[in-house]
Design a protein around this ligand. Structure first.
Ligand code: UDP
Length: 238
């Protein structure tokens, strides 16, 4: 029998950069397909899945404003970038026969659904993967905060933050061989020690609503499913 997953409804947050694969920019279709397969394997366990994908592989508001663009305009461009990533992921998931809805914080009815909380909940109950796009719809925020907001609104039991490494370390494990991974860490430790999990507003929003954040490696094949089945290495921020 299939392992009984430890969670019934989760939100998977990945950065836009996770979709660019070995390229320095944009979307790398084989990488998008690989991640879609990871999502499919968790969907097969009966877990209800929300996703938030960043936009940094295409455009970041801060980058634009550093080059002289108005910050709010640049942030809207960043939000639009997340819609492109969401559509790419939807296409890859539907290729795998997983019903998926892209739900945008900024209405664009010809492209995807507008965000209506009750409707999104209904999609989840029907086991459709909901990809929340356009961040929070507001400038000066990040998709980490959008992920925390939507996870709270959808009553997710945890946020799964897929990264390049298998958890939260006391220092950069890529640079330092003696870096130590935490198996658990508190929200306040993350904030006080500036452990780069998510930005501070996202961590605070998770903390204030007791929403655990599971940091795991997206590069580890089967990693996402493994954790849901109670295996593998990760850090739980709680
Ligand atoms: N963004 C925003 N409001 C939001 C979410 C995102 O203005 O609620 C903009 C912001 O400019 C950000 C860009 O969208 O730089 C891409 O999102 P993010 O940097 O979070 O993507 P990631 O780093 O996860 O790829």
């Amino acid at each position: 029998p299939a392992p009984q997953p430890a969670y019934g409804r989760v939100l998977l947050k990945i950065s836009g950069e996770a979709l660019m694969g070995p390229q320095g920019y944009g979307l790398h279709p084989p990488t998008v397909q690989r991640i879609a397969n990871e999502v499919k394997s968790v969907h097969a366990l009966g877990v209800e899945i929300c996703m938030v994908i960043g936009g940094g592989n295409i455009f970041r508001g801060l980058q634009g404003s550093a080059q002289g663009m108005e910050r709010t305009t640049a942030d809207y461009m960043g939000m639009l970038a997340t819609v492109m990533n969401a559509l790419a992921m939807q296409s890859a998931l539907e290729e795998l026969k997983i019903h998926t809805r892209v739900i945008s914080a900024i209405p664009m009815d010809q492209v995807c659904e507008p965000y209506i909380r009750r409707r999104a909940v209904r999609h989840l109950e029907k086991k459709r993967v909901c990809i929340f796009a356009a961040g929070t719809g507001n400038p000066y925020f990040t998709t980490d905060t959008a992920a925390t907001l939507r996870a709270n609104e959808m009553s997710c039991e945890a946020i799964f933050k897929g990264t390049k490494v298998d958890g939260v370390y006391d220092k950069d494990p890529v640079k330092f061989e003696d870096a130590k991974r935490y198996s658990t860490v508190t929200y306040d430790e993350v904030l006080q020690q500036h452990l780069g999990v998510m930005d501070a507003s996202a961590i605070a929003l998770a903390r204030d609503n007791d929403l655990p954040i599971i940091v795991f490696s997206l590069d580890e094949p089967g990693g996402f499913r493994g954790i849901l089945a109670g295996q593998g290495t990760y850090t739980k921020v709680h």
